[in-house]
Write a protein that binds this ligand. Structure first.
Ligand code: LLP
Length: 426
């Protein structure tokens, strides 16, 4: 399937950003600025829906990728539900108009308060990751006179072939339980009478550029579903998780939605329950960029640095995972010489580096630069490190834009702090 609006134009920017005047936008809203293109998000979610059309499948968008309310609302309008991992994400999803029944709750550590809230609002399903959690959900549901619907998150022990820090499906990882443990839960499910244990879940990792590990994990899950079915445990839901990778680097090949849907359809042929998918990155990453201004050029003894006004606290991925993000000078080469820079932010850490040895048209102070692929795991992983207020977020649609989160003010950043004058004994 051709992804039209995230295809890069001759100026290096995705199609979805071509109509908006990014220089005027930066002048009006300041930098650094997260910019999300609504048409690109719409195209992705529709593309995935179409690819899954032959299956009884639902999309549960992983809110952690980008929890901005406007992004969630857009996805909700296109029929997506949500995969959440905290009470905060639950509230975000509900506020964006996502029906509680279309929400699944994942994560290795759910607090009693979060479990109770999820039951109270009537979420669709818990993805349970440990025996302790299963016991807690039973206890809380019983006390409320409620019944929880749940899936077991299986750890299929496959290598997702991605960065170690975002690989989740190996036996040594903290996520999910072994098939042996899950089998024992099903055999003993009468012990948890207020938990309707009738689903399987997996999520083997993120930014998967090959579908082979997905196929392998799906095969293990499918064999287990058939085994459970034969043992009289009807399985109503199979959640295949998220993880579909995107193209961060021009020329990189990422799997497309049809190949992915095809892998799911083949592995789960004959399954008559509901299939859930939990993509985060694939729906939003390429629909976003960080618009940032060059502060200065610095020529060191060994390297040339381009210092931007965005930093690791606005986009942590390069520091945390050595991730590549394409970087584009707005305005193109404009007759400038190609220059090789270490592209960095102003934060006081060597790790505050977006790219090493990257060749760009020579940039001067004040030039605008876009860091691509910043629609996922950028703002959502942001912090105020170095006391830098959170940037604004805007959504563009054609030539128009709307501020979807205003820039954090100094007062907001400092709000809640107070001098140690009110001493108490706990
Ligand atoms: N479902 C579960 C249970 C997850 O833990 C995740 C992501 C997803 C779905 C969505 O995965 P996606 O489709 O976005 O790959 N901060 C890292 C990514 C961490 C992903 C954590 N879990 C990064 O910037 O690459």
């Amino acid at each position: 399937m051709e992804q039209r609006v995230t295809r890069l134009g001759t100026n290096g920017l995705p199609e979805a950003f071509q109509q908006v005047d990014l220089a005027a936008l930066a002048a009006r809203e300041g930098t650094p600025l997260y910019v999300y293109a609504a048409p690109a998000i719409r195209e992705r979610v529709r593309g995935l829906r179409e690819a899954l059309a032959g299956l009884d499948a639902g999309i549960r968008y992983a809110v952690k990728a980008n929890g901005n309310g406007a992004v969630l609302r857009l996805l909700a309008e296109e029929g997506a539900g949500a995969d959440i991992v905290s009470g905060g994400e639950l509230q975000r999803a509900l506020r964006a108009g996502i029906a509680a029944a279309d929400i699944v709750f994942s994560g290795v550590g759910k607090s009693d308060a979060e479990i109770a809230l999820a039951l109270e609002v009537g979420i669709g399903r818990f993805n349970i990751e440990s025996r302790a959690e299963l016991d807690a959900i039973q206890r809380i549901a019983a006390a409320r006179g409620d019944r929880a619907v749940a899936s077991v998150r299986i750890n299929p022990d496959v290598d997702a072939q991605t960065h170690a820090k975002i690989s989740t499906g190996k036996a040594e990882n903290k996520f999910g339980v072994s098939i042996d443990e899950a089998r024992a839960w099903f055999a003993a499910k009468a012990q948890w009478p207020d938990v309707q244990l009738d689903g399987l879940h997996m999520h083997i990792g993120s930014q998967l550029l090959s579908l082979d590990p997905v196929r392998e994990a799906l095969a293990r899950m499918a064999a287990f579903w058939k085994e459970l079915d034969a043992a009289g445990h009807a399985i109503a839901s199979i959640d295949v998780g998220g993880g579909l990778g995107v193209r961060y680097r021009e020329g990189e090949h990422a799997p497309d939605a049809r190949e992915y849907a095809d892998a799911i359809a083949r592995a789960l042929a004959g399954f008559r329950g509901r299939i859930l998918v939990e993509p985060g990155r694939w729906l939003v990453a390429e629909a976003g960029l960080v618009l940032t201004r060059a502060m200065l050029e610095k020529h060191g003894e060994q390297r040339s640095f381009l210092v931007l006004d965005a930093a690791m606290n606005d986009l942590l991925r390069p520091s945390l995972y050595d991730a590549w993000h394409d970087i584009v000078r707005i305005g193109g080469a404009d007759g400038r010489d190609a220059t090789t820079y270490d592209v960095v932010g102003p934060v006081c850490e060597t790790g505050d580096t977006f790219a090493t040895g990257r060749t760009l048209p020579r940039c001067e102070a004040g030039d605008l630069v876009a860091i691509l692929g910043a629609g996922a795991y950028a703002a959502s992983m942001g912090s105020t490190y170095n006391s830098r207020p959170l940037p604004a977020e805007v959504m563009v649609d054609g030539a128009r834009y709307a501020v979807v989160r205003r820039r954090q003010s100094l007062e907001e950043m400092l709000g809640g702090e107070q001098p140690a004058t009110d001493w108490k004994t706990p």
